[in-house]
Design a binder for this molecule. Structure first.
Ligand code: HEC
Length: 324
């Protein structure tokens, strides 16, 4: 089903693209056209089931590569059958292409999409939200499949948090799981973001008009395609980022790397922008863009972050717009 927010940009200069860059992949060439097609992705959150804890049977401690093994053995076959066969193969032009055609590149392809894995917790990874409880695009997952995916995500959290201070299956110091801490800081951030700050900083236009070697961000992301929204309407940007955690997380990432989860905090998501803008795997074909922090859009992001943190510190945040 098409998400009304994902209407393609009007009359894209397709032929210009083609003459500008003959080697551009068919994906980007067809992006704007195929957005109108049958499997346009969306990041509409479905109701959480309230069960934050994932399966604790992730097994084998935080050794390097265990999570990757679990992904390759348990998860990739599921994604391959259910997501790759549908819309999300690396060759896809219409939906986030996070499913590789072969297991060799499957892991780097999946974890390279922030909009898919986020911070790997059940509350911070979009993929979890599609699978449990489902359905997403009419795909449902058996209990066994759900367990394999949640088990893998839990192992990622364990391996990625310093000292493994409590996996998703256990609690950290304050009795909070990483998933709960993630939900807490996202929810709080949703109330701290302010329309007045978006407007004062002109946040929307700053990102919509940020350039790349294949046009401004809004050319492909004006309506939120591929999990990233860049639109020059400040109010619309505020509404989307403060009510949809997946769009929020493209700009602000929940950082749970401190073993003391009481210190979990939102950070500007420079990591993701750098990976995409520098065309690191799996974004080799993405248009390149300036990732220097002196760049105007990045400065605007930092300023919005600083203002939002200031509201938090001053206790002037509004009520949460995204429930915990
Ligand atoms: C010609 C079309 C096009 C333009 C212009 C474009 N993008 Fe993208 N963008 C895509 C496609 C296609 C994807 C999904 C595939 C990928 O990530 O390479 C994507 C994905 C993304 C993602 C999501 C990565 C993830 O984690 O899922 C971000 C962030 C992003 N783009 C940022 C930008 C920014 C910032 C700009 C402007 C400087 C921009 N894009 C310009 C087509 C475009």
């Amino acid at each position: 089903m098409n998400d009304p927010r994902l209407i393609p940009p009007p009359s894209p200069p397709i032929s210009t693209y083609a003459t500008e860059n003959k080697t551009m992949s068919i994906r980007y060439l067809l992006t704007a056209v195929l957005l109108a097609g049958g499997c346009v992705g969306d990041l509409t959150p479905v109701a959480d089931d309230g069960d934050d804890d994932v399966s604790p049977d992730a097994g084998g401690g935080g050794g390097g590569g265990v999570a990757r093994q679990m992904f390759e053995r348990d998860v990739f076959p599921i994604l391959s059958a259910k997501c790759g066969a549908g819309c999300h193969l690396t060759t896809s032009s219409s939906s986030t292409p996070f499913v590789a055609t072969a297991v060799g590149t499957a892991y780097v392809t999946a974890v390279g999409f922030d909009s898919v894995v986020g911070n790997y917790t059940t509350t911070g990874a979009a993929i979890y939200n599609k699978v449990v409880p489902g359905p997403h695009q009419a795909r449902t997952y058996t209990a066994d499949e759900q367990m394999k995916i949640t088990g893998w995500l839990a192992q990622e959290v364990t391996e990625r948090t310093t000292g493994g201070g409590g996996s998703d299956g256990g609690t950290g110091g304050g009795g909070e799981t990483p998933a709960q801490a993630t939900a807490r800081i996202i929810s709080e951030w949703s109330g701290c973001l302010k329309l007045t700050d978006f407007t004062a900083l002109n946040f929307g236009p700053s990102w919509a008009n940020k350039g790349s070697n294949q046009g401004n961000c809004e050319q492909c992301h004006v309506s939120g395609a591929y999990g990233f929204k860049a639109n020059d309407d400040n109010t619309g940007m505020y509404e989307t980022l403060s009510t949809n955690k997946y769009y929020m997380m493209a700009y602000f990432a929940p950082d749970i790397s401190d073993p003391n989860l009481a210190n979990a905090k939102m950070v500007p998501n420079y990591t993701n922008f750098q990976r995409v803008g520098l065309r690191q795997v799996p974004h080799q074909e993405h248009p390149s863009f300036n990732t220097n922090q002196n760049d105007a859009a990045f400065q605007t992001l930092q300023q919005l972050y600083d203002r939002t943190m200031a509201s938090k510190a001053a206790g002037t945040c509004g009520p949460a717009r995204i429930p915990m």
